[in-house]
Design a protein around this ligand. Structure first.
Ligand SMILES: Nc1ncnc2c1ncn2[C@@H]1O[C@H](COP(=O)(O)OP(=O)(O)OP(=O)(O)O)[C@@H](O)[C@H]1O
Length: 607
């Protein structure tokens, strides 16, 4: 048993997701106004039309009980006036029909409005998230970002489709009913209003508990999403390490937690309606008892009593619904808080207002005393001074974690140096626009990312306007044409996200074609370490030559053949440059590089 517990703890320690905490904020007008600002584009058409329908509908609702009680019963029925009765019935039926039509349009227009607001908000959030810096994505799981873009925005849907308009309708209805009730009989109104405190308790205190439970449900869902995302992405590793059982155990745990939180929330929710109905019944009991007493004393007529009963029925509904709208507002508050937190997030690498367009660079790169740390604690680069001249091929070598990728990250301005400068053609990267900088740099990563779509679309990813001929030329130049032609549908073969149907070597050739077509002035290449057969190795070497020709290339190099041909080799160690020079110079030096080469040479011989 103890052993099992220890094992469970280990499993739980493995899957740690930063949870979005329950945000329980008081009502905040400023934030609400900001949220409702998204309705602005529709304020001239959809919104006024829907409001008009609501006003009409509420007017009809308020008029019908009077028509039934005061006129149909007290005037037509009691005086046996058949003609008046017929007219009244026709008027009431007509009003119901018109009110039905008005309701239809209200629902239709409000749904369009609600969906449009959700569409705009989601678009705004996604567009913004795309501009955020790497640091933002370093700190969050993909699952938790997904939850904000999907679930949090979805949870605002109800508020925008029904909430706002219900609020208006209910306030008008309540005021109207209250005034009419008082005009009909102030004593009876006072008597039935005794129920008000109970009603108030239900719609505030109980509602709050229900709301908190639903928030917990959302948190659990977010955790479930993060785990699912990670599990599916890492399924191959999970299977190869036979960790399915542990994965299942954790999934079971989160799934059960989600289920439990649903159960609790639904249970609390289920209490709500019966309680409202019970209060209704109490109100009706008071009405009948005291109403009968007033009728006997001839203080009110039967018609007034009937109208009263109708209005009373209408009174509880908006109160209970107002509680619901308030609840929606508070839930919307929590969701919008999370959405605005992302929207207010500024990219760490920000563009200056007067940033320059970096047009047609030559490709000189310079690091001046560059210092960088990802976490402001451990330095990843520690005073780097280096120069790469346009057209040169520079190889970065060094032990794992020595800072090679970090240098590439700074050239692309995924991060800014903590101190010092990175310059291209003499321009500090902080002074130029990100678009003009990145447009002239291509990155080929070890773990090539293939997007879902055709092979053709993947190659033209960086230059969507490239023609089919240009795509094919690029593929031919890097030696990818042949394997593409052999695929079931050639260039039109569909590949799923991450390109699982392709081999590592094929994926790399595809990414070379993609980089070549983009025709960057600077190319950053993280060479794959995966062992590939000699034939592919030769192909890749040939492809590399084509790819590197005429541009500045920074290669995080692992293959001896690539390193040997580089114009300059930079050996990094703990974020510092230890040695640099060409292959022969460094071999003569008999330092770190010499040992690295020797080690690789020995390994190859052993292999
Ligand atoms: N996103 C990140 N957040 C925090 N620390 C990071 C991040 N990326 C890298 N590091 C740290 O910065 C240091 C340098 O990492 P870098 O990726 O530049 O090494 P590298 O030389 O490219 O290694 P490798 O050859 O293994 O890819 C390492 O100590 C690493 O742990």
């Amino acid at each position: 048993m103890k052993k099992k517990n220890q094992q469970d703890e280990k499993v739980l320690a493995r899957f740690q997701y930063s949870e979005d905490e329950v945000i329980e904020k008081p009502f905040n007008w400023k934030q609400m106004l900001r949220l409702f600002g998204y309705m602005k584009p529709y304020r001239n058409r959809l919104l006024p039309l829907a409001i008009l329908m609501v006003l009409f509908n509420t007017g009809v609702k308020l008029a019908i009980p009077i028509l039934i009680g005061k006129y149909t019963i007290d005037k037509a029925l009691i005086n046996h006036d058949v003609q008046l009765l017929t007219i009244l019935v026709a008027v009431i039926a007509g009003l119901y029909i018109i009110s039905y039509i008005a309701n239809y349009f209200r629902i239709k227009w409000m749904n369009i409005l609600g969906q449009s607001v959700i569409y705009d908000l989601r678009k705004h959030l996604f567009t913004h998230v795309q501009t955020l810096s790497h640091r933002f994505f370093d700190q969050r799981s993909a699952g938790s970002i997904l939850v904000r873009i999907m679930n949090d925005i979805n949870s605002l849907q109800e508020l925008f489709t029904n909430g706002v308009i219900n609020l208006l309708m209910d306030i008008i209805l309540l005021l109207g009913v209250f005034i009419i009730l008082f005009t009909l009989s102030p004593e009876l109104t006072f008597a039935v209003m005794l129920i008000l405190p109970i009603m108030f308790f239900i719609s505030t205190s109980l509602r709050r508990k229900i709301r908190r439970s639903w928030q917990t449900v959302r948190l659990k869902q977010s955790k479930l999403n993060s785990h699912l995302n990670e599990s599916i992405q890492g399924i191959r590793i999970t299977q190869s390490f036979t960790q399915e059982k542990e994965n299942m155990a954790f999934f079971d745990g989160v799934n059960t937690e989600t289920f439990e939180s649903w159960r609790v929330a639904s249970q609390k929710n289920a209490m709500f309606r019966p309680l409202v109905e019970l209060t209704n019944a109490l109100g009706t009991a008071v009405l009948i008892w005291y109403g009968a007493h007033l009728i006997q004393g001839q203080a009110i007529s039967i018609g007034v009593f009937v109208s009263f009963a109708f209005y009373l029925g209408m009174f509880w509904e908006p109160i209970s619904r107002l509680g619901m709208v308030y609840n929606q507002l508070l839930m919307g508050m929590a969701s919008s808080e999370r959405i605005f937190e992302f929207l207010d997030e500024r990219p760490n690498v920000d563009e200056k207002e007067n940033a320059m367009l970096l047009s047609h660079i030559k490709g000189d790169i310079k690091f001046e005393d560059a210092v960088f740390s990802y976490d402001n604690k451990r330095p990843a680069l520690n005073g780097i001074n280096l120069e790469m001249r346009a057209g040169q091929t520079v190889a970065l070598v060094g032990h794992t974690g020595s800072g090679k990728t970090t240098i590439a990250n700074l050239i692309n301005r995924f991060y800014d140096p903590t101190a010092g400068k990175v310059k291209i053609d003499g321009y500090d990267l902080r002074d130029v626009t990100l678009f003009s900088l990145r447009k002239q740099i291509s990155i080929v990563l070890q773990d090539t990312f293939i997007f879902s779509g055709t092979i053709k679309d993947n190659i033209r990813f960086g230059r969507p306007d490239a023609t089919d001929e240009e795509v094919m030329e690029a593929a031919k130049a890097v030696g990818a044409h042949q394997f593409i032609e052999n695929l079931s549908n050639g260039y039109d073969t569909e590949v799923e996200e991450r390109g699982n149907i392709l081999s590592v070597g094929e994926r790399q050739l595809l990414s070379f074609a993609r980089a070549l077509l983009a025709d960057p002035r600077i190319l950053i290449l993280d060479e794959a370490t995966a062992s590939i057969d000699t034939e592919t190795e030769v192909k890749i070497q040939r492809a590399l030559k084509t790819l590197l020709h005429g541009r500045t290339a920074i290669i995080i190099a692992h293959r001896l053949s690539t390193i040997r041909e580089a114009d300059n080799i930079i050996v990094l160690d703990h974020g510092r440059i230890k040695e640099q020079g060409n292959h022969h110079q460094l071999m003569d030096l008999q330092g770190e590089y010499y040992h690295l080469v020797k080690a690789q040479f020995n390994m190859m011989n052993v292999g």
